[in-house]
Design a protein around this ligand. Structure first.
Ligand code: AMP
Ligand code: GLY
Length: 422
């Protein structure tokens, strides 16, 4: 089979790496890819949001299956376009991708289907949103409704901060059209976890749990980032909790979306807050998480292409996934300055010294004429396995020591929360 993976980050490198292990695959393309992906796949210079260009390429090359990494093409309707053209593609339709593309849709959907989430109110009028703040308890959370590349969530400690957030999102145009409406919701306390499930619109398979680290500094301090590391499994997600999430969140979602005429196919990402009152949904994404994917896929023993084809063809019922029982930890190495302004073009050295038991997924790298150089805020995701999380942590940080580039920084506590629980 010929496979096309769309995207250019660490998540896509992990997808290409895993898909390439399938005996079904003869050729694998990535659009646009990055410096690391180029070592294992044929990179094509088409941007992830150029859905017409991608469909033309898939037709011309006779691609058998396309896999979409990021959310933007999904929300733009790439799956509908490919299906109209008779091309197989793994992912949700535009209507189903509203679960990620519109937080107002997602919250209203959860209310309709009684899926546990924070209490909220949705607004498209600034005055009404501001008026709502007066009677609220604090902290509270203000969220731009549309896609904001992970930056659209503002936690506000008091009314002054909340008014400022509402104004910045609405009249301040901070997130452009994504801020035309917003959600104001209760602040939830607890530990976060990420749950992935693959569905064909009727049935679903749960993947193993994981946990992201969103803040830039150790001990979850400093501003939010795209994700500074992840590990799997996440012990906060016990078997009982996993069943509870399947029963109270995922099954009602799959049934509800089908009932509303927008069956959910592809991979669903559920961001969960494990509160004292049980699991609550923080957000849905309609794609693999980044960097969770880098920590989950190395543990998957089953053929990912089989699973994706089952999703596309409606054969998920009865499928079972096989997992490596070991733990996996992925530590993101960032560029100096990230998540603020950062420099690019720094030569990276030491990758050849990384041991065969570890894998380095590239997030923001590019092949220069002579060397591999940094090209993004998140540069590499160094990933290693271990008998348990503690051993995987020791392994991954030993590998990181071998890699250098100017300005590099990374968190030193990825996975520590899991150890505290043992
Ligand atoms: P989201 O993009 O909706 O997942 O939000 C990004 C991050 O903001 C989450 O991973 C949480 O850390 C935090 N967050 C979002 N909603 C809430 C909430 N209701 N209570 C507490 N933290 C939240
Ligand atoms: N790791 C969070 C996300 O992929 O949105």
């Amino acid at each position: 089979m010929k496979i096309l993976v769309i995207g250019s980050g660490g998540r896509e490198h992990a997808l290409v790496w895993k898909i390439k292990q399938s005996p079904r695959v003869s050729r694998i393309f990535c659009a646009p890819g990055n410096g690391g992906i180029a070592e294992i796949a044929e990179c094509v210079d088409i941007k992830a949001d150029d859905i017409l260009g991608l469909a033309d390429f898939a037709q011309a090359q006779g691609i058998d299956l396309t896999v979409v990494g990021p959310e933007v093409p999904l929300v733009a309707g790439i799956v509908d376009l490919f299906e109209e053209e008779g091309l197989k593609i793994f992912g949700p339709s535009q209507a189903a991708a509203r679960l990620e593309g519109s937080k107002v849709f997602a919250k209203n959907f959860m209310k309709r289907w009684e899926i546990p989430t924070a209490r909220y109110a949705a607004f498209s009028d600034e005055k009404a949103a501001l008026a709502h703040l007066a009677g609220h308890t604090y902290p509270l959370v203000v969220k731009a409704a549309g896609l904001a590349a992970g930056k659209g969530v503002i936690i506000c400690r008091n009314q002054v901060e909340a008014e400022d957030a509402v104004r910045r999102i609405m009249s301040g145009n901070m997130f452009k059209d994504a801020g035309k409406s917003l959600v104001i919701e209760d602040f939830l306390e607890g530990e976060e976890a990420s749950i992935l499930a693959i569905s064909d619109g009727k049935d679903f398979l749960l993947l193993e749990s994981s946990q992201d680290h969103k803040r830039i500094f150790d001990n979850d301090e400093g501003p939010n980032t795209g994700g500074m590391g992840a590990y799997s499994p996440a012990p906060v997600v016990t078997d009982a909790l996993s069943r509870q999430i399947a029963d109270t969140v995922i099954r009602p979602l799959i049934e509800g979306m089908a009932d509303e005429g927008a069956p959910f196919k592809g991979v669903l990402y559920v961001g969960i807050m494990v509160t004292q009152d049980g699991p609550r949904v923080l957000e849905f994404n309609t794609r693999f998480g980044d960097p969770e994917t880098q920590a989950v896929l190395p543990r998957l023993k089953s053929d990912l292409v089989d699973v994706m084809l089952a999703s596309v063809d409606g054969r998920v019922a009865g499928m079972v996934l096989e997992w490596d029982p070991r733990a996996c930890v992925c530590v993101v190495m960032a560029a100096g300055g990230y998540p603020g302004d950062y420099a690019v073009g720094a030569p990276i050295s030491g990758l050849d010294k990384v041991s065969a038991g570890a894998v380095v997924f590239h997030a923001g790298t590019r092949k220069d004429t002579t060397a591999l150089v940094t090209s993004g805020g998140r540069v590499l995701g160094v990933t290693a396995m271990g008998e348990d999380v503690a051993k995987a942590i020791v392994h991954v940080y030993a590998e990181i020591k071998k890699i250098t580039y100017e300005g590099m920084h990374f968190r030193r506590d990825i996975g520590r929360k899991a150890i505290g629980r043992h």
